[in-house]
Design a protein around this ligand. Structure first.
Ligand code: 5AD
Ligand code: SF4
Length: 436
């Protein structure tokens, strides 16, 4: 279709935004848009944004500034802001960057086609509703074209936990789970298009409760799809880690031995101030229980340093918890006050202190990640090959523990799971050789 309009989408933030961007591209596909990889000759630019920390949100305004020239050259160019900044800031975005034509929140992007048609030539279209209807019932049907071996699938959205630092309950709204029958249909469709691994997404994915099914129940049903070889899920809250999900890690071969289970802090005082509703010890006991069910599990986490009121002693308790757990992978952040959240009202830890704590914490996490990777050397793992590597004849895939693995292999192995012996560990990846 040579007369198709060109759509440039840039995605920030979490994996759910990656999924939403796919669905938005499909919505706009129905309005005659085809995706392009550069903003330069686009007819529409859409930024799918993240509001989790201040830096992420502010980046959007500088990014928009860069499109000023393009808009001057092509006044028909439509510029849209979607995602969590759109939800949180709404009209304010158009006030700060008047060249923006369209603002759409994460719960109303099924109306994108209509908004796009209305926007432009000075008309602004804004929709940041939390509508009654379920957007998934109104999205464009998914295309049949072949796609890569891995995919995200949103099963649950929103959060009712209200951690004191977090904007998600405000930007994504209350917890909602999609029905298992719809999800099974969507997963089946993905597998028919070549997908072999599905990562189930939710801001609080293990709180999933679609039609009375738990996440473990849903995983059990998905595991019956022929051709689907691997299932993952993220992000989980410790308080929703139910026994049936723990057992699934022992019993379901397709469920990968990897768990992202954020704790945020190791200090009970800070956990309480964060409204996490569990203690450090409870988290440690939970980890023990999960590891008893699945000894080979690789644990990942999120940490915040410099939350209001965090003393040196509190921070040391976080370091102790990290030492006690032993993470294979983790994300860590300086606390960033977010407007409208309870913690933003508290007095803040000095930035220099946050910087120093973050550096120490990241050193520890990096050494644990290295050790976890090093422990793989000599082991046999299974790798789902995803794409060609930079070196001739090399493919890149992911092990069951989500390690990136480089292997010399025929390209025909892309999309297949193969046995691989790990021979070496680099900074952020492993090298291996095919077995047999
Ligand atoms: N400041 C710093 N980090 C935050 N996160 C969420 N909100 C904030 C904030 N205000 C982190 C948490 C969460 C991850 C997605 O982002 O660690 O688990
Ligand atoms: Fe935010 Fe996660 Fe806490 Fe929900 S559980 S408020 S998404 S940090």
């Amino acid at each position: 279709m040579s007369d198709a309009k060109k759509l440039y989408i840039k995605t920030y933030g979490c994996q759910m935004n990656v999924y939403d961007s796919e669905r938005m591209a499909e919505m706009l596909g129905a309005s005659g848009y085809q995706e392009t990889s550069t903003p330069d000759d686009a007819d529409m630019i859409l930024l799918n944004t993240c509001h989790i920390r201040e830096k992420a949100a502010e980046k959007i305004y500088s990014e928009l500034g860069r499109f000023k020239g393009l808009k001057a050259e092509n006044p028909d160019l439509k510029i849209g802001v979607a995602g969590c900044v759109a939800q949180a800031e709404g009209q304010e975005i158009i006030r700060r960057q008047p060249m923006v034509d369209l603002v759409v929140g994460p719960q109303s992007y099924h109306r994108l086609g209509e908004l796009e048609a209305r926007a432009g030539n000075g008309v602004k279209a804004l929709d940041t509703d939390f509508p009654e209807e379920d957007k998934f019932d109104h999205l464009a049907s998914r295309p049949k074209a072949r796609r890569g071996p891995t995919a995200f699938l949103t099963v649950q959205e929103g959060c009712d936990k209200f951690c004191a630092f977090c904007v998600v309950p405000y930007t994504r709204g209350a917890e909602v789970s999609r029905t298992p029958s719809r999800l099974l249909d969507e997963a089946q469709g993905l597998v028919e298009r070549g997908v072999r691994e599905i990562t189930l997404l939710g801001q609080n994915v293990n709180a999933y409760h679609g039609d009375g099914d738990t996440l473990a129940g849903l995983i059990g049903k998905l595991a019956q799809i022929d051709g689907l070889e691997r299932i993952r899920y993220t992000t989980s809250h410790p308080n929703d880690m139910q026994d049936d999900l723990i057992s699934a890690h022992a019993e379901c071969d397709k469920l990968m031995p990897y768990l992202h289970l954020p704790v945020q802090s190791g200090s009970d005082k800070i956990l309480k101030a964060m409204n996490r509703k569990h203690t450090g010890d409870e988290y440690l006991r939970l980890v023990e229980k999960i590891r008893a069910a699945c000894p080979d599990l690789l644990l990942s986490g999120d940490f915040i340093v410099g939350f209001p009121g965090e003393t040196d002693a509190d921070f040391e308790q976080t370091m102790d918890l990290i030492r006690a757990v032993g993470y294979g992978q983790a994300y860590s952040f300086k606390y960033s006050p977010r407007p409208g959240t309870p913690a933003a009202e508290k007095s803040h830890v000095e930035d220099a202190v946050k910087v120093e704590r973050l550096a120490r914490l990241q050193d520890l996490l990096t050494s644990q990640q290295r050790a976890a990777q090093q422990a793989m050397v000599g082991r046999e793992v299974s790798v789902l090959f995803e794409k060609t590597g930079r070196l001739d004849g090399q493919l890149i895939g992911k092990s069951q523990h989500l390690h990136a693995v480089h292997v010399v292999s025929p390209a025909s192995n892309i999309g297949s799971v193969r046995r691989v012996r790990i021979t070496d560990s680099q900074t952020n990846s492993l090298t291996g050789e095919l077995i047999g």
